[in-house]
Design a binder for this molecule. Structure first.
Ligand SMILES: Nc1nc2c(ncn2[C@@H]2O[C@H](COP(=O)(O)OP(=O)(O)OP(=O)(O)O)[C@@H](O)[C@H]2O)c(=O)[nH]1
Ligand SMILES: [Mg+2]
Length: 297
């Protein structure tokens, strides 16, 4: 019998915002390539993660979650997500486990029906639901997307993720690896640094601030002899009042953001890092198409 042919393809991880797309990407790649926070609208870009297997290469595409696109930034995010969905070879639609399917997840499943590629529905976060609700949920998903395979998983604990992989592998097109074996993402280290800083902002301020904040990288230089990576970044906010909140009393909040970003980046990039953060108001930048493209494109 001939050996199985090598398979390679784009696997989109799509769904409503906050369902666990980035968590699943990181689990499938085996390291952190995309930031994760408890808040919705965290991912703003397309993030490619690579999973290499003996006879397959999965090019996993994380993307912004779908949500009501109020405002330019949100419109840009959801338009990008739909482009990522359309280009996929295999579409993994993620919904949240709950006692019954959430309306927003049902809306996403209804959208999935229109895509022609092979489809899988991953019911995520099963670690926090009653097992008895899983079968009815799976039936609901199968009813919404009759062509899809349904796989309940926990991206957080890894439960049943192997089963999801089995299903996805079967759907991958036959073809050679498209990324070099050693590479696990298309994100540059500079981009990862920018994103980790943004992640720490999501964890340290509430209300609307994280959603209208962006990070601009000013410096990213490796000082060879001392093996020190010098990173300078500007946190861009859209209101002067946000600036004060981000900096905090005696600059304490900004200091904490910088410290936790630096610690994580040192571990991730295996590098000593000197990180400097500034905060700058660019009034109403989320309403300026040029700035939205520059800061969140
Ligand atoms: N209990 C549980 N929580 C999960 C699981 N997967 C993700 N989460 C949590 O759900 C929240 C959102 O996860 P993300 O991976 O950022 O979700 P996302 O779909 O990428 O979100 P956006 O990028 O904002 O659209 C985080 O707090 C995760 O820790 C899971 O399997 N179980
Ligand atoms: Mg995400």
């Amino acid at each position: 019998m001939a050996p199985d042919p090598f398979r390679c393809g784009l696997v989109a991880l799509g769904g409503h915002t906050n369902v666990g797309k980035s968590t699943l990407l990181n689990r499938l790649v085996g390291r952190k390539v995309s930031i994760v926070t408890p808040l919705p609208q965290t991912t703003r870009n397309r993030v490619l993660g690579v999973r290499n297997e003996p006879d397959a290469q999965l090019l996993l595409v994380d993307m912004p979650g779908l949500h009501p696109p109020r405002g330019l930034l949100n419109q840009q995010m959801t338009a990008l997500a739909r482009r990522c969905l359309a280009e996929a070879d295999v579409l993994v639609g993620i919904v949240e486990a709950a006692s019954t399917l959430k309306t927003r997840d049902r809306a996403f499943l209804a959208e999935m029906v229109h895509y022609q590629m092979p489809k899988v529905v991953a019911i995520n976060k099963i670690d926090r639901t009653r097992r008895s609700s899983l079968l009815p949920l799976a039936e609901q998903c199968a009813h919404e997307v009759p062509q899809a395979e349904i796989v309940p998983i926990s991206a957080l604990t890894g439960e049943n993720v192997e089963r999801l992989l089995e299903v996805v592998r079967r759907f991958l097109p036959v073809g050679q690896a498209l990324m070099p074996r050693g590479e696990y993402t298309d994100q540059s280290e500079a981009k990862i640094a920018q994103e980790i800083i943004r992640e720490k902002i999501f964890f340290s301020v509430r209300e609307e601030i994280p959603f209208s904040t962006a990070v601009r990288l000013d410096e990213f230089t490796l000082e060879g002899e001392r093996r020190l990576l010098r990173i300078g970044a500007t946190i861009v906010v859209e209101r002067e009042s946000h600036k004060g909140i981000l900096i905090g009393a005696d600059g304490l909040r900004l200091k904490r953001i910088g410290q936790s970003a630096r610690e994580e980046l040192e571990a991730l990039l295996k590098q000593r890092i000197f990180l400097t953060l500034f905060v700058r108001t660019e009034k109403n930048w989320t309403r300026d198409p040029r700035k939205v493209a520059e800061l969140a494109g």
